[in-house]
Design a protein. Structure first.
Length: 359
């Protein structure tokens, strides 16, 4: 019975997230995206933090009162992964076949999606925001369950680095919910369609691959990493966070009010009379400085586990390198088409793609 429940757990949690997302009170926010064939901006019902805290509280109470062990998701992780894999495929196919083709190839449509923005009940539920909400919550539940397993296995001899890495991942998740509105202005929301890449990615890859460093280390003993070295790893993480969050916040404030300063950084732009591009602050360092931040955060997290020579934890930051390099190329092409000569001028003023003075 536990194996069946383990298989069904991702689906059950996804449904609970959807129900809470629609029922719990939240803020109505006007986003950046314009509705198709309209000048009206899309509106979103945001209550991610409320949903997140509600489910984490349920997880804690179920473990505290011995209804479900704290490490239950870890014990049935392979069944959960299989269930998430299947549900991600079913969701992707179901959401694609309902809409007219965008490409000649069905497989291309299946992977990238057909519909750009899917909302129901006047925006009370948004497919993209629900997917990210579900992925983030499932990721956090996995991180908590895996860490609980380490604690139950080693007790007082448990590794502080495991707790620290899980804590930094939790910070990463909570940070998303704190700045949930800012996400409405990011690449994923205005450039992605709802298909396998986004659907399967959020329901399967995000919650099960991101904690790969815990999959590969929670059964290992404390490596006794020196405290000063752990502090360096934490510094690497927060350096990345400053770059990523700072860049996204600067762009967010600029898009909402082009005259408003962010952290005393007055916007400096280049313009062709119709469009304007930021060329100072974070966006004057490299064209995708936020990507550098994401890579540094992932590196700081996996280093904290204390096994830098182990290959499996490095798959997490390596994934960011591969994905974000590809995304940077796609974004450059999209911006070149949208901004024309203005983009070429921007590339001359900000020559580095992701990593300042290197790439």
């Amino acid at each position: 019975m536990d194996k069946i429940l383990g298989f069904l757990a991702p689906v059950i949690i996804s449904v609970v997230v959807f129900i809470l997302n629609t029922l719990l009170p939240g803020r109505w926010v006007t986003g950046y995206i314009t509705k198709t064939n309209s000048t009206e901006k899309m509106r979103y019902h945001l209550n991610g933090m409320q949903v997140f805290l509600s489910i984490i509280l349920l997880w804690f109470l179920s473990g505290y009162f011995k209804i479900i062990p704290f490490d239950w998701l870890y014990n049935y992780r392979w069944y959960g992964l299989a269930g998430a894999f299947l549900s991600g495929v079913v969701f992707s196919v179901a959401v694609v076949v309902r809409y007219p083709p965008v490409n000649k190839s069905f497989l291309k449509d299946l992977f990238f999606g057909r519909i750009e923005n899917l909302q129901v009940w006047g925006g009370l539920a948004d497919a993209k925001m629900w997917l990210y909400l579900t992925g983030a919550i499932m990721l956090e539940l996995n991180a908590l369950s895996f860490t609980a397993h380490h604690w139950m296995l080693y007790g007082a001899e448990a590794s502080p680095g495991i707790y620290l890495s899980a804590g930094l991942l939790t910070y990463f998740v909570v940070d998303y919910f704190i700045f949930e509105e800012v996400h409405l202005y990011t690449y994923d929301l205005f450039a992605e369609r709802v298909g396998f890449k986004l659907g399967w990615g959020c329901l399967v890859f995000y919650p099960y691959f991101y904690p790969v460093f815990l999959w590969s280390t929670v059964n290992m003993p404390d490596p006794h990493t020196p405290e000063w070295l752990l502090l360096i790893y934490v510094f690497i993480f927060f350096t990345g966070w400053v770059l990523s969050r700072g860049a996204n916040m600067q762009k967010y404030f600029f898009k909402r009010d082009p005259e408003k300063a962010f952290l005393s950084i007055r916007p400096e732009t280049i313009t062709d009379g119709n469009n304007a591009l930021l060329v100072n602050g974070f966006w004057g360092i490299s064209r995708h400085i936020n990507y550098s931040g994401e890579i540094l955060m992932a590196s700081g997290i996996i280093l904290c586990t204390g096994y830098p020579a182990l290959i499996w934890p490095w798959l997490y930051p390596l994934y960011y390198v591969i994905m974000l390099t590809g995304r940077q190329h796609d974004d450059d092409k999209r911006c070149a088409l949208k901004y024309g000569e203005l983009w070429q001028t921007y590339k001359k003023k900000v020559p580095y793609r992701i990593i300042p003075w290197i790439y």
